[in-house]
Design a protein around this ligand. Structure first.
Ligand code: PHE
Length: 355
């Protein structure tokens, strides 16, 4: 019996070396511990061992078992390692020089967006987000743009096929979906979320957000229009927010972005969701061919009380300011770019200038 056990280990160790894959391993394992395996046979033979030899033999059998299990475990690990290496393919020398050492750069529009958002973060704004596919209510109705308004014409807005319905529309599930024409829809979503929080806690949480995002219009592409463009929206709602806050926030933004000598000017304008509404212009002394000219850069105003009514904010208690700017427009002014199409042409000669 002793000799039998010793040979089980010796045979297992010798045979293990030739096991190279999983089927071979399974066969190898069965020869040892399967129903007809050599170790199984030895265990069965214990019954025939004389009583006085049993303790010593039992101990030896146990040691054999431990050794066999160790051989099995080692062999399995080796097979698994081999399988993994086969999956990974040939070894790669990570120290070899690469064919090109050029680094990628962030797209100029990404850089401009990050710079804009960074300035407003410093001014105490947080970043909000909303969907690009938007319900008509959120994109238009809630913002004071009624269904017969020209902005909602099929000529200007891209609508989703009728089979799409607004599952998460804050109002109706049967209304049409469109691709948002501006990020002002995020104003509505942000205010609704604040009102929902107010219902739980009793007070309206501070609303001071910027919302960068992609917008879509049915525009014919030319040097200044793209059917797909980007905006950064701003919204600040609180008690006693005034025109002075609007001017100081935007003046700080412009000075951070275009230099301390940049000036701003407000021109009366109209948006359905702000009252009063303005177009803001900037004038910068050192901006190449655009120096010292008034240039329109964004729409803004105070939140129209009827927008507050639409989302359930008490307009006697709260006031707000809002603004919205085009990221492409800001980037074009900053870099003296004269055609919006450069941003989307993926011409590396253009993009590399923003490294
Ligand atoms: N949503 C407006 C636009 O796309 C911009 C705007 C935003 C105006 C916020 C006023 C306030 O033209």
């Amino acid at each position: 019996m002793q000799a039998q056990l010793a040979s089980i280990i010796a045979d297992a160790e010798a045979a293990a070396a030739s096991v190279t894959n999983r089927p071979e391993f399974e066969a190898f394992k069965a020869r040892l511990v399967g129903p007809n395996g050599s170790l199984t046979a030895a265990m069965k033979a214990m019954g025939a061992v004389p009583k006085e030899d049993k303790p010593a033999m039992g101990k030896l059998l146990n040691q054999t078992k431990v050794s066999v299990e160790a051989v099995l475990a080692d062999t399995l690990r080796r097979v698994e390692d081999a399988e993994l290496l086969a999956k990974l393919g040939p070894a790669i020398d990570v120290t070899l020089p690469v064919a090109s050492d050029e680094e990628g750069i962030r797209h100029p529009l990404t850089q401009t967006r990050e710079r804009i958002v960074g300035v407003f973060r410093k001014l105490g704004f947080t970043v909000a987000d909303g969907p690009e596919i938007e319900s008509e209510w959120t994109c238009f109705d809630a913002l004071g743009t009624p269904p017969d308004h020209p902005a909602r014409d099929m000529q200007d807005t891209l609508y989703m096929p009728k089979s799409f319905t607004a599952k998460d529309s804050p109002r109706r599930s049967d209304e049409e979906l469109c691709l948002r024409t501006h990020t002002s829809s995020v104003q509505i979503r942000t205010m609704l979320a604040a009102v929902a929080a107010q219902a739980k806690t009793g007070s309206l949480p501070p609303v001071r957000i910027v919302a960068p995002g992609r917008c879509f219009r049915r525009d014919t592409v030319d040097a200044t229009h793209s059917a797909n463009f980007h905006q950064v929206e701003g919204l600040w709602v609180g008690k006693g927010v005034t025109l002075r806050d609007l001017k100081s926030v935007l003046d700080a933004f412009v000075k951070e972005t275009f230099g301390s000598k940049a000036q701003i000017r407000f021109r009366p304008s109209y948006f359905p969701f702000t009252e009063p509404s303005f177009e803001m212009d900037i004038k910068v002394p050192d901006m190449g061919r655009l120096s010292d000219r008034w240039l329109e850069i964004m729409g803004c105003g105070l939140v129209d009380p009827k927008v507050f009514d639409n989302v359930g904010i008490d307009s006697r208690e709260y006031s707000g300011l809002a603004f919205g700017m085009g990221v492409e427009r800001i980037a074009m002014l900053q870099h003296g770019i004269d055609d919006i199409r450069h941003f989307y042409a993926n011409d590396l000669r253009f993009l590399r200038q923003f490294a």
